[in-house]
Every structure is written in C-alpha cells, then in structure tokens.
Design a binder for this molecule. Structure first.
Ligand code: ADP
Ligand code: 5GP
Length: 205
C-alpha cells in the first residue's frame, strides 16, 4: 500500500521570508508540492489558472462553500481564498506531500479539520529586522509601515498554536531547519513501514 502524503502548513508575518523559503523547499524536495487554492481575486500578470491558483468567480465560490467543497476559506480584503478538499485529497492519495502557504486564520481551521497536519510557524529574528526586510522588498512605504508592523505583532502571537517554530535569521540555517521538519515527518515509522518491510523481505532466502 502506498503511504498517504502529509500536509505541511507554513505561516509567518508578512516580510519574514516565507515565500523565499517555501519556494526553495518545494523546488528542492522531491515529492513536496504547493497547495493550489481557489480564489475570487483576479490573476496577476504571469499567474496561470491551475498553477498559482484556481481562479473562480463569486458564484462558483459561493457554490463551493454551500456544497462543503472547501476545507477552509477566508476573506482577505475584497477577495476570498480557500483550500479545495478534492484536489488536496487527490494529492495525498498519491503519496504526495502538500505545503499550504496560507494565513493564520485558515491555518487554524486546517489544524481543526486535520489534526495530523504539520504546523510550522516562521518568525523574524526581531521587529527591527522584519521592518528592514519589508523596506528592502520595496512594497511598503513609511505610511504603511506602522500598520504592517502592528499587524505583524498580532500575527506573531499565533505562534503559540503551531507545532514547530523556525526563526528565519540566517537563510541557510532556517532552510536547513525547515527541511529537517519535513524529513523528520517522512521518517516516522508508520510512513516508513512499506520501505522497512521491503528491506526485511530482501533478507528472505
Ligand atoms: P514573505 O513571503 O514572508 O512575505 P519574502 O520571502 O518576500 O517574505 O521575504 C521578504 C524579504 O526578506 C525579501 O526581500 C527577501 O529576500 C528577504 N529575506 C528573506 N529571508 C531572509 C533572511 N534570512 N535574511 C535576510 N533577508 C531575507
Ligand atoms: P495573494 O493574493 O497575495 O496571493 O494572497 C493573499 C493572502 O491569502 C496570503 O496571506 C495567502 O497566504 C492567503 N491565502 C492564499 N490561499 C489561501 C487559502 O486557500 N486559504 C487561506 N486561508 N489563505 C490563503
């Protein structure tokens, strides 16, 4: 029997380095893919339906909620985002591990629905460094900074609900710790049972 895949949920205050680390993790770890959410927001230039998101209209999103097709969903500003159950289950059934890059409210709802999900929270090394990264990224002006930092402070408090905490101080170190969490999960005995049995079989005459 093929082992079923695992769900990893990665959350972080905006600017911490979540996209940087998540992209590298998915690129370098075979058998780990990004979850593809459904959203009502319009595609940005370069985004492709079925790659970054499944872009759906409001009526479709309403129907998905009504029919219980979403594992969780949230409204962020004017747009709605949600994780489709069927798509996710298909991946897990194939033994593929899925990384959910979602905000903290959705993350808590995933944990409630699927307690076996591996919850990872990424922390900036300090408020000062987070502010520096937000400035460095160039998409946050001085006026927005106070608001962004207040929001980050609020998001930081959510760390208490996660299984693993990774401080993104130096990028290589943080990446190594993140990778170790995925590898530790994959090494759990119940996930290694088939491999261990096959090795055991090789001892038979
Ligand atoms: P997020 O997805 O959490 O909003 P990004 O991945 O966009 O964050 O990273 C925010 C900024 O911080 C980017 O300019 C990125 O290059 C930088 N960054 C990420 N990790 C580190 C690190 N460990 N040290 C210094 N800068 C970093
Ligand atoms: P963006 O519009 O920049 O792609 O995403 C905006 C926010 O929505 C990000 O914080 C992202 O993590 C979050 N998000 C994307 N997909 C989902 C989802 O399926 N569920 C939840 N809860 N949040 C999501």
């Amino acid at each position: 029997m093929k082992p079923t895949g695992s769900i990893f949920v990665l959350s972080a205050p905006s600017g911490t380095g979540k996209s940087t680390l998540a992209k590298r993790l998915v690129a370098e770890m075979p058998g780990l893919i990004f979850s593809i959410s459904c959203t009502t927001r319009a595609p940005r230039p370069g985004e492709v339906h079925g790659r970054e998101y499944f872009f759906v209209d409001d009526a479709t999103f309403d129907r998905m909620i009504a029919q219980g097709e979403l594992l969780e969903w949230v409204k962020v500003y004017a747009n709605r985002y949600g994780t489709g159950k069927a798509w996710l289950q298909e991946q897990l059934d194939q033994g593929v591990d899925v990384l959910l890059d979602i905000e903290t409210v959705g993350a808590m709802n995933v944990k409630a629905a699927l307690p076996e999900a591996v919850m990872i929270f990424l922390l900036p090394p300090s408020a000062q460094e987070l502010a520096r990264r937000l400035k460095g990224r160039g998409d946050t002006d001085e006026g927005q900074m106070v608001l962004r930092m207040a929001h980050a402070r609020h998001e930081m408090e959510q760390y208490a609900h996660y299984d693993h905490l990774v401080v993104n101080d130096d990028l290589e170190g943080a990446y190594g710790r993140l990778k170790a969490i995925v590898e530790a999960r994959r090494s759990e005995r119940e996930r290694m049972e088939a491999t261990a049995q096959a090795i055991l079989q090789s001892f038979e005459p």
